[in-house]
Each structure stands twice: as C-alpha cells, then as structure tokens.
Design a protein around this ligand. Sequence first.
Ligand code: 2AM
Length: 177
Amino acid sequence: MRLFVALALPADLRSRLCALSAGLPGARWVDPSNLHLTLRFIGEVGRHEAEDIDAALSGLKGKRFSLTLAGLGEFGDDRRPRQLWVGVEPNEALERLQAKIENALQRAGLAPEKRKFKPHVTLARFKTNPGERLHDYIVERSLFRAAPFEVTEFTLFSSYLAREGAIYAPEAAYPLL
Ligand code: 2AM
C-alpha cells in the first residue's frame, strides 16, 4: 500500500478552501474530501512495514495545538507550475509534531526524508499552464486567512490511484493529548 501521514481538515475549513477552488483555467482542483496537510509522505510499503509504522506512530506522544491556514503560493516555476497551495502561519508545534513523526518513522526503519518540510495544503495541480492568470489568482487572494482550528490528532492515510484520480482513506488516527 501507498501511505502518507497527514492532518485531516475539518469540514468547515475544507468548504472554505473549496470556495477558493474556481476561476483558474488548466487547474485540476483537489476533490474537497481529499484536502489535507501532509506531514510525511511514506510511499509504497508492505504489510509488515505498515504494521511497524503504525506501532511507531501509536507510541508517539504529542500535544494538541492550534493551526491557521493563510496565504497562497505555487510550487514549480513560471514555465511549469506544478501545484497551487494554501500555506500555514508559522507554527512551532506543527514543526515539532512533524519532527517527532520523522523520528518515529526512522526508528521504524524508513530512510530519512531529504526534502525540507514545507507545510501546505494542495488546492490544485495543473493540466496546462494558466500563465499570467496563476500569478493574478495568487495576488488577488494573498490576504486569505482561515479561522484557526484545533489539531487533536494526526492520521495515517492510504492512497489509491483510481481512474477518477487519487482516493485517500484514513487507516489509523493518533490522538494528541
Ligand atoms: P502534495 O499535496 O504536495 O502533492 C498524498 O499523495 C500526499 O503525499 C500529497 O499531499 C502529496 O503532496 C504527498 N506526496 C506525494 N508524493 C510525494 C513525494 N514523492 N514526496 C513527498 N510528498 C509526496
């Protein structure tokens, strides 16, 4: 199975993000039910490895915290934009949780993640390059700021690539105290 660790987002917040998801030619919008904040991508693993991962994450002790989504940005470059995302206000508790998850997964035998953690919620990927429209879209919404929400757990998701696109299923949720 293909796994990743993420924060699931409350329904009202997903609706708020959904309201942003229009008016950009070439964008393939993420399905509202799929909106999430990835903490650690794991990738393809076997059943035993998945069990070790679940055990490691179950043993993790983390604290609840508040998180605010704000601002928009893109990954990729002007010639080839890859993703449009909503950002996160600087959040030490989130960084700490992510570091604990990274540690736990390394203890479970996973190779270290080389890429720096850039917290974001992907809103869209691109079929074709929207060109200038992408820049305008981001500038027009640069003051976007959602209401803070309380992060009380994190989730191990599986990802299944169906013909209609990715289907994410929560496999286990780990409470924060
Ligand atoms: P993204 O939102 O920035 O595309 C499920 O696919 C989640 O894992 C997505 O949130 C995706 O991040 C992330 N992901 C997919 N492939 C990845 C990879 N090779 N490295 C890091 N994260 C990845």
